[in-house]
Design a protein around this ligand. Structure first.
Ligand code: GLN
Length: 256
């Protein structure tokens, strides 16, 4: 049985989502990832609570099971980075230490690291993942991507789209989320994509990341609910024919 904090007023297991900067950090409708989570919860009778924390706003680190931050243009990242360090870092670190999950996409992913360097300018990140991003000369890394990921239940494919000027390099303390099958990934050179540390995931794959990869959405839902229950729930299977078609088409686009 789920303990109090993950139950909504109606007594149902509930996914409590915190969105960081949904106004600024939302390229390619990354926000759709949250709608997808909400629907999959709703279809299964799982409660869904959604709170946003924008510029200057704090949050209660114990009140959220999944933290989400989307992608952003360089100028949006500049706008949020300082606020993130000042008003969010402590809360995000405390939530992670308390077993919350985090999904960060592209610009949000870059801000998990130590810094994002653009020529002489250095945007300081949260430093929660051992990685650095550098805006090098040369073309943006743009296109369809497929990566192989193992989140504990065997190898799976994540398919999606990337568009970033920054090249991310993982430090010795960081593990990649996956191995690039096609596409460019973190920097177009080392064959890695994203970062994964416990329940923290960062990736360059944009919205609709979750609609194209429903298995990852379900992984996040199960993990968020297990945070209070202690064991992952058996999620009710859904009719995923549209989701499977979206996944196949994203894989085909990536040449897989
Ligand atoms: N502004 C960052 C870059 O260009 C991230 C871009 C994004 O979120 N799509 O590298």
């Amino acid at each position: 049985r789920l303990r109090g904090a993950a139950m909504s007023a109606s007594g149902r297991p509930t996914l409590r989502l915190l969105a960081l900067y949904p106004e600024q950090m939302n390229i390619y409708a990354d926000r759709g990832n949250m709608i997808f989570l909400a629907r999959r919860c709703e279809w299964r009778g799982i409660g869904f609570e959604h709170v946003a924390a924008g510029l200057g706003e704090g949050f209660d680190p114990g009140a959220h099971d999944l933290i989400y931050i989307g992608g952003g243009q360089d100028r949006d990242q500049r706008r949020v980075a300082e606020d993130m360090l000042r008003a969010k870092r402590e809360g995000v670190a405390a939530a992670l230490a308390d077993g919350a999950s985090l999904l960060a996409v592209c610009g949000g992913y870059q801000l998990l690291g130590h810094s994002y360097q653009l020529g002489d300018e250095r945007i300081a990140g949260l430093g929660l993942a051992d990685l650095e991003t550098v805006r090098e000369d040369g073309p943006r890394l743009i296109g369809n991507v497929a990566i192989e990921v193992d989140l504990g239940s065997g190898p799976r494919t994540l398919a999606g789209f990337e568009n970033h000027g920054g090249r991310t390099h993982l430090g010795p303390g960081a593990h990649p989320l996956g191995r690039v099958i096609t596409g460019r990934g973190n920097n177009g050179r080392d064959g890695y994509e994203g970062v994964r540390d416990g329940r923290m995931i960062g990736t360059y794959l944009h919205g609709p990341l979750l609609p194209k990869n429903a298995w990852l959405a379900d992984h996040l839902i199960a993990q968020a609910i297990a945070r209070r229950e202690g064991a992952e729930p058996q999620l009710q299977p859904l009719d995923d024919s549209l989701e499977a078609a979206a996944h196949e088409s994203a894989r085909r686009a990536a040449g897989r």
